[in-house]
Design a protein around this ligand. Structure first.
Ligand code: TNX
Length: 743
């Protein structure tokens, strides 16, 4: 789906931009005052920086050298003209800078060396986006800028798939480009232990390698595996090397050592620290494993020894100790744990996890470190120093801030970059979910309803990049870019400057900058989407939308659009069943994947639906109209096309507008047991002509439903009616419903 020729075209795209978006700056600075004229870098231009900022100057100079083959000499004195000169001064805002570009000189005022790095990143984006550019000129302007949040993070899971030191450094480079300052390095999990610990060599000798890996998706039945030994780890020297590289770029690394769950790789090496003394193998599949650390004194010593080495390696204030997805089975079965629960006066295994977490947090304190944990650690009585990372939505962060804990927001709904970013069938395998750029961009890290004081606990946010389905660096780049760019505006920019249209325009120009640096990216910005809308008084139209600025061409016969296909200009009236296929094109060149909507017209299409039960908030974005929009929801399911009903029936009335004859009601429903989505216990159909008195038409039971699979049909002798009521009884968990057809 990632089309290389796309790059050739980008030159065409910048001409149409509105004036205020004419600089492809991402994240958008707080204030830009445009001037007239340009500053030209020529062979006489010099650079002056205070001695404390020579490292940042070095990075900028080597960039100019590498990209433009341009040598910018560093001088020890301030000159009146033809110079880029840097001065440190006090101004409001942590890491604030002012970048003033005049035709005679560029002056940069910074509050810190980090601020200089950020000023240079901005300046780099203002230089011409083509290598070996002969005359390097920058438009005159003054930029005032500083970050919104102190914690601007990217996470990287190097366990499910391993990334080398060089690959991690390149990941850091991309973070710098968007002014991120924290790398959350997920170093241990069930499928591998990736950090050398001198005291426990088996952690890497045994724990860093697995004897095979799941092929395809976790939900595939049956699961399939390869038999290739897979793994790798970082020596402590390599870790120090990465830390130094990151520190030079003002990025702090937060290492994560998972406990007490996601510990299978460690237990494969040292089974004595689990509750059951048995041989385990390093995980080959994804998901959650039942074997976890047992909270014995020996285990605490083991973990504290590990953390002692980790604390000595990483200079930053934070150590992440995991704490997510801890199944309590082993603790429940263990006589030792049960005795410990009694001895310590704990209520249950949840409190035992709190006891476990608090012990580790207080140990970290003795090493002058602050512990971070996933939001599962937020239990009554959590040590007050514990920082909560809120991944299961916003609530964990909200509750933690209310209780006075510092918080880092990482809700899967907005920043899980392992989710799909397009609806293209060509988008490679991903874990599930749908997280387009616009959704990332709409993210607000500060949960609603916090007081001024509580809001101060929201340190910032991060995207999580779990790598079950991200096996190499190319895919890593495509999954993170451009979504990282969208997140950078959430974390850095003043909210009053945020505007998705402006971002889209700047992003398209910015692609040239990425291309110049050979950074791959997803073409998701050009994705064409279809929205089906109800017409008044009846009927349905298909609207095509995209953030890309090219032409949308489409066909109605199932073929792939070409230069000869019609250009989309206005909503397409869908008065018969069609297959609509659309793509974004610049001239004859296609820059997006093909998008297809199969549109099936029936009595229910485009009609009014009333729900008598409420969908679960996370799975209601499809909207009620999606039930009758003529389009079937996709599998693997993306949260935006299905309505989810949690522990409640699906109960809906469809108004057909006038009396119609029909003998079939069909409902599309999903089954995905691993996600707690089940088919219903029964479905019943009744009809009415006044929406008051109802006649029951037919009920089908679970046995029939289970055989039907996704498309569940309720058939009966022809009836004539205007209102149709459909009730699907819930077995417990989720009911996922999409298209309803009546014919
Ligand atoms: C849940 S998010 C996990 C990870 C998985 C991820 C996949 C979190 C704290 N735990 O172990 O990789 O889902 O999206």
């Amino acid at each position: 789906m990632y089309i290389r020729i796309l790059f050739l075209l980008l030159a065409l795209t910048s001409v149409t931009m509105a004036d205020d978006n004419k600089y492809a700056l991402i994240p958008v600075p707080n204030q830009i005052k445009t001037g007239t004229g340009v500053f030209k870098l020529d062979s006489a231009t010099t650079l002056f920086v205070p001695p404390s900022m020579l490292p940042e100057a070095g990075l900028f100079r080597s960039y100019l050298q590498q990209i433009y083959n341009y040598n910018l000499p560093l001088v020890e004195a301030k000159a009146g003209s033809n110079q880029i000169s840097v001065r440190q001064s006090k101004m409001p805002g942590t890491d604030a800078y002012v970048l003033q570009i005049e035709s005679g000189q560029i002056s940069i005022n910074v509050t810190s060396p980090a601020a200089l790095l950020y000023a240079f990143e901005t300046l780099k984006q203002l230089l011409p986006p083509a290598r070996n550019y002969r005359s390097l000129s920058v438009p005159c302007m003054t930029i005032n800028d500083s970050p919104r949040f102190a914690y601007r993070g990217m996470h990287l899971d190097v366990v499910r798939h391993f990334f080398t030191v060089d690959q991690v450094k390149r990941y850091i480079d991309r973070m710098v480009m968007y002014k991120f300052n924290t790398l959350h390095w997920h170093l241990t999990d069930d499928q591998g232990w990736r950090i050398e610990i001198k005291k426990y060599p088996l952690l890497t000798k045994v724990g860093a390698y697995r004897n095979g890996t799941l092929i395809g998706h976790y939900n595939d039945i049956p699961q399939q595996f390869d038999t290739i030994r897979y793994g790798g780890f970082y020596t402590q020297d390599q870790i120090r090397d990465v830390i130094k590289y990151a520190a030079e770029r003002h990025i702090n690394i937060v290492p994560e050592i998972e406990m007490p769950g996601h510990a299978q790789a460690a237990l494969a090496a040292y089974p004595e620290y689990g509750c059951v003394q048995k041989n385990l193998e390093v995980g080959k599949t994804w998901g959650v494993y039942k074997d976890i650390f047992c909270p014995t004194e020996e285990t605490f010593t083991f973990l504290e020894n590990i953390l002692t080495e980790v604390c000595a390696l990483f200079p930053g204030p934070y150590i992440h100790i995991g704490g997510d997805e801890v199944p309590k089975d082993r603790w429940k079965e263990s006589p030792f744990c049960q005795k410990l629960i009694k001895e310590k006066g704990l209520r249950d295994e949840e409190e035992l996890q709190r006891y476990f977490t608090n012990r580790i947090l207080s140990f970290l304190r003795t090493r002058n470190k602050i512990g971070i944990g996933w939001d599962e650690i937020l239990n009554e009585g959590l040590d007050s120093t514990g920082v909560v990372m809120s991944w299961r939505g916003h609530k964990g962060g909200f509750d933690a801030a209310k209780k006075g804990h510092d918080v880092i927001m990482a809700p899967y709904s907005h920043v899980y970059f392992d989710y799909y970013q397009t609806r293209s069938i060509k988008d490679e395998l991903a874990i599930g979910g749908y997280l387009p750029l616009s959704k990332v961009y709409s993210f607000d890290p500060v949960p609603e309803g916090l007081t001024e004081e509580e809001r101060k606990h929201i340190l910032g946010a991060q995207a999580c990049v779990w790598t079950e389905y991200i096996a190499d660096e190319n895919r890593l780049q495509e999954m993170t870019i451009p979504r990282m760019a969208a997140l950078s505006e959430v974390l850095w920019s003043d909210p009053s400057n945020r505007d998705f249209d402006s971002f889209g325009s700047r992003m398209i120009m910015h692609l040239k900058y990425l291309r110049m640096q050979q950074i791959r990216f997803s073409n998701s910005i050009f994705e064409v989407g279809a929205r089906l809308t109800a017409d008044e008084p009846s009927g349905v139209s298909i609207e095509l939308v995209s953030n890309g600025k090219g032409e949308i061409r489409y066909t109605l016969d199932g073929t792939s659009p070409t230069i000869n296909s019609p250009i989309y200009k206005e909503k397409i009236k869908a008065d018969q069943s069609v297959v609509l296929t659309a793509a974004m094109m610049f001239g004859a060149i296609k820059v997006s994947d093909d998008m297809s909507v199969v549109f099936k017209l029936n009595h229910a299409t485009g009609r009014q639906v009333t729900l008598n039960s409420s969908p679960y908030p996370d799975y209601s974005i499809a909207g009620i109209f999606s039930l009758v929009d003529g389009r079937k929801g996709r599998i693997p399911w993306l949260g935006d096309e299905w309505l989810g009903f949690f522990n409640t029936p699906f109960d809906a009335v469809i108004d057909l507008g006038s009396e119609k004859m029909f003998s079939n009601v069909s409902v599309d429903m999903l089954k995905d047991s691993l996600s707690n989505i089940h088919l219903p216990k029964s479905i019943s159909v009744s009809t009415s002509n006044d929406n008051i008195s109802w006649t029951s038409v037919k009920t089908i039971a679970a046995s029939e439903i289970d055989q039907a699979g996704r498309n569940i049909r309720v058939r009966f002798p022809y009836v004539k009616a205007r209102f149709v009521k459909i009730v699907a009884e819930n077995k417990g968990g989720f009911l996922f419903v999409d298209e309803i057809s009546i014919d």
